[in-house]
Design a protein around this ligand. Structure first.
Ligand SMILES: [Zn+2]
Length: 405
């Protein structure tokens, strides 16, 4: 897989996974590497057979705008989501925000999009007019759901296009378009933009899409996500939209809809707490909450037994515990919660604690509504709060029927 072969972690950790091989280029310098590549058979992707030089070397080349690396190495910038040639005239990013890749395909696969100043896709586009035309079409409508029919309508032969994209980028045009769409959707989310649109556009369709999106939320390169993690993020598709869970082997630390505006801040808090050791992966707890959510949404059971890790002050924890006492199908007001925890005047603090909940559904902050019966706010969106309360009314009916019989 070229994406992995050509990738250099920007952390420089001597972990077993990202251990660098000493390459010909490191021994003899970059020109020797090109020479060796040509001698070893040439061809369009021969550079992928070699590891890139280390991060420091490539970063120096980036600062120097070293043209020797053109077509051989690209830089993905975590803070902007853009990838560049090392010769890009734009202001240079900080070293820790850079990840280097050996191919354009690897950059796109990792969720980066092409820079509009240094145009890293240009050589491919000018080498093949069909590629150029499709790249321009994609750039004009990045959010559009491209299909094979569209390619045919533009007058291109499907199998020729498939072959030439595979050869140049290691992926088909449709795969590239999907990656581009996901990226667009996630930028909307992290900007706090029109979140529902973004969610519809950008459903995770693959683990690599999730990786790219999650890295974007954390403001990092996807390649830095999995070394010796303490907490693992996983993605859960639900009828009300995709969710992210963060867990370790004993507790659930976070469960949120991906378009929740506070998600980015909540994740950075956990990221700080673990000193950057959030990875992507599965845990027993992550599996348990998936099963319980599936049962919740298909109407089988409203019960959540997954153990929780609370990240909050004692008062907030007290509120969250109280929220968990509210049965499904029942709603309370902020002042009722305040009264129940023996702090009848602390309505506003209760509302704040309610809003600070980062374990959606399991800590049912959606069961708190205004004293006048209005829905008031919900971090996951009012439409979703409404839906959740509808689902839970069904559970309440079930409960009533079983007590009557
Ligand atoms: Zn650039």
């Amino acid at each position: 897989m070229p994406a992995v072969l050509g990738q250099v972690s920007n952390r420089g950790q001597p972990g077993p996974v990202r251990q660098q091989r000493i390459t010909i280029s490191q021994k003899y310098g970059i020109h020797a590497r090109f020479q060796a590549a040509i001698e070893s058979g040439g061809g369009y992707n021969v550079h992928m057979l070699f590891d890139l030089p280390d991060h420091g070397t490539l970063y120096q080349a980036l600062l120097a705008r070293d043209a020797d690396y053109d077509g051989q190495a690209y830089v993905g910038v975590a803070t902007t989501g853009v990838f560049c040639r090392l010769t890009c005239p734009a202001r240079k990013p900080k070293s820790e925000n850079c990840t280097f890749y050996a191919s354009v395909g690897a950059c796109i696969e990792a969720g980066f999009r092409a820079c509009k100043r240094c145009h890293p896709l240009e050589p491919m586009a000018s080498a093949d007019p069909a590629i150029g035309a499709l790249l321009a079409a994609l750039e004009a409508r990045p959010e559009y759901r491209w299909s094979e029919g569209d390619i045919a309508r533009l007058g291109f032969d499907l199998s020729t296009i498939r072959r030439s994209f595979k050869r140049q980028f290691g992926m088909t045009f449709l795969e590239m378009a999907r990656q581009r769409r996901l990226r667009g959707g996630f930028e909307t989310i992290s900007d706090g933009g029109k979140v529902i649109d973004a969610q519809i556009d950008a459903r995770f369709e693959s683990a690599s899409a999730f990786r790219a999106a999650f890295a974007q939320l954390l403001g990092r390169a996807p390649g830095t996500l999995d070394s010796s993690a303490m907490l693992y993020a996983d993605w859960i598709a639900t009828p009300l939209g995709d969710m992210i869970s963060v867990s370790d082997e004993s507790q659930l630390h976070l469960l949120e809809f991906v378009d929740r505006k506070a998600l980015k801040a909540e994740l950075s808090k956990l990221d700080k707490l673990t000193k950057g050791r959030i990875g992507i992966g599965k845990t027993a707890i992550g599996a348990l909450i998936k099963v319980e959510l599936a049962a919740f949404f298909d109407g089988t059971s409203p019960k959540f037994t997954t153990p929780l890790a609370y990240h909050g002050a004692p008062f907030a924890r007290r509120v969250w515990d109280e929220l968990r006492q509210i049965p499904p199908g029942v709603t309370f007001s902020y002042s009722q919660i305040a009264a129940r925890i023996g702090r009848p005047t602390a309505t506003r603090a209760v509302a704040r604690a309610n809003g600070a909940n980062q374990i959606a559904l399991v800590v049912p902050c959606h069961r708190v509504i205004g004293a006048d019966g209005s829905l008031t706010g919900y971090g996951g969106g009012l439409w979703r709060k409404q839906k959740l309360l509808e689902i839970e009314r069904h559970y309440k009916q079930q409960a009533n029927e079983s007590t009557m019989s």
